[in-house]
Write a protein that binds this ligand. Structure first.
Ligand code: HEM
Length: 194
C-alpha cells in the first residue's frame, strides 16, 4: 500500500500546487520519450525495487557519506546530522515507491514541486526542524542523475528477469529520474525562464 505515516511525507497534502501544468508535464514526458510501455515497466520495476529499498538507500547514502562535498548538505559545522539523514531516508524510500507506482498526475506533480522547495533555500531544513546547509546546490542534483540511474541496474537484475526486461525497466527508471530532476529545477531557475 502507498498509505504511510512517514514523518514529513506530505504527498497529497502540499500547501501549494505545482506551478507547472499537466499540459507542460505531458510535453516534458514526450521530450524524454516516456511512453505507456515505460509506465508499465516502472510498475514492474516497483515490484523488483521496493523490497530492496533498504539496499538502495544503503548504496545512495554510502555515496553521499563518502563524499564530504555532498555530506555537507546534511551537516552543520561539518557534523553530519544523523537524525536528519534518518528522517530523509524514510521519505526517500517513499519517493522510490511513488516514482514506480503512482500515476504522474496533479498530486504527483505537486509533490515533486514540494521536494524541489525542500532542496532549495525556500524550504530546506524546515520539515525536520533542524539546522544544516541552507540549500542543495542544483549542480549536484543534475549530477546525481548518473549514480541514481547506474546503481539501480544491478538491483533490477536481482529477481530473475531476462536481460532485455531489465534493460526496459532501467530505461523507464532513467526517464523518470530525468523527468523528476527537471521538475526539481523550478525554484532554481529565474521566473519565466523555466
Ligand atoms: C531530500 C530526491 C539529489 C540532498 C530528498 C527527498 C527526495 C529527494 C525524494 C525527500 C523529499 C521529501 O521530503 O519527501 C532527490 C533526487 C535527486 C536528489 C531525485 C537527484 C537525482 C540530492 C543531492 C543532495 C540531496 C545531490 C546532496 C547531498 C537532500 C537533502 C534532503 C533531500 C539535504 C532533505 C531536504 C529537507 O531539508 O527537507 N531528496 N535528491 N539530494 N535531498 Fe535529495
Amino acid at each position: 500500500s502507498l498509505e504511510t505515516n512517514v514523518k514529513g511525507y506530505d504527498y497529497g497534502k502540499t500547501a501549494k500546487p505545482s506551478p507547472i501544468t499537466l499540459k507542460e508535464l505531458e510535453l516534458l514526458k514526450a521530450t524524454v520519450l516516456f511512453s505507456p510501455t515505460d509506465e508499465e515497466n516502472l510498475r514492474k520495476a516497483g515490484g523488483v525495487l521496493i523490497e530492496q529499498a533498504d539496499a538502495i538507500m544503503d548504496i545512495w547514502y554510502e555515496l553521499i557519506g563518502s563524499h564530504p562535498h555532498l555530506l555537507i548538505y546534511f551537516s552543520k559545522n561539518n557534523m553530519a546530522n544523523l537524525e536528519y539523514l534518518t528522517a530523509v531516508r524514510k521519505r526517500f524510500i517513499q519517493w522510490v515507491k511513488d516514482v514506480c507506482l503512482r500515476p504522474f498526475d496533479q498530486a504527483w506533480l505537486n509533490y515533486q514541486h514540494e521536494i524541489a522547495l525542500r532542496h532549495h533555500s525556500i524550504k530546506k531544513n524546515k520539515t525536520d526542524e533542524i539546522e544544516a546547509a541552507p540549500i542543495v546546490h542544483y549542480r549536484y542534483i543534475i549530477a546525481f542523475i548518473y549514480p541514481i540511474t547506474a546503481t539501480i541496474k544491478p538491483l533490477l537484475a536481482n529477481k530473475g528477469h531476462a536481460p532485455e526486461e531489465v534493460e526496459a525497466m532501467h530505461q523507464a527508471w532513467f526517464k523518470a529520474i530525468v523527468l523528476t530532476v527537471t521538475l526539481l529545477a523550478y525554484p532554481y531557475v529565474r521566473t519565466g525562464e523555466f
